[in-house]
Design a protein. Structure first.
Length: 147
């Protein structure tokens, strides 16, 4: 995929995720755990802005192979949408094991708690790897040797 198309898609996904965050704000009072719903709302808003920033400003500065850039793209998308979705699911279920502060006083069925743990664990791995690769890709250009 061409860099221009990747940038446009990241910005588009950022706007979609930001919009989903706005919609999530409307349903907060109806959730099992409204505090966790607020977390999902904020995850979508902030990750939407992050994708807009990554696509609109930062992407041009990466020096990555097409294969690595594609991996970073998909990891960013998974992490951005996944953090919102799993926080929203935790709010619906009342899950608290993975997010004990926002989930204080709530509990969910063991399968629901496990789903949230696995989902957010994969989100954490995905965003960490994407950031490491992005930091590598934005490094300074190596000095040319004299000779």
């Amino acid at each position: 995929m061409a860099a221009v198309e990747v940038k446009r898609r990241l910005v588009w996904h950022g706007l979609v995720l930001f919009f989903l965050g706005l919609l999530t704000g409307f349903v907060i009072p109806a959730l099992t755990n409204p505090r966790m719903g607020l977390s999902a709302h904020m995850e979508a808003l902030l990750n939407g802005m992050f994708l807009i920033l990554a696509g609109g400003i930062v992407w041009d500065h990466f020096k990555l192979s097409e294969r690595v850039a594609t991996a970073v793209y998909w990891m960013l998308l998974y992490a951005a949408y996944g953090s919102w979705a799993f926080c929203l699911l935790a709010a619906v279920f009342g899950a608290s094991e993975m997010l004990p502060i926002a989930g204080a006083g709530y509990s969910a069925d063991p399968w629901q708690e496990q789903l949230i743990k696995v989902g957010l664990g994969l989100v954490a791995i995905s965003i960490t790897l994407a950031c490491c690769l992005a930091l590598y890709g934005i490094r300074k250009k190596p000095r040319e040797s004299i000779g």
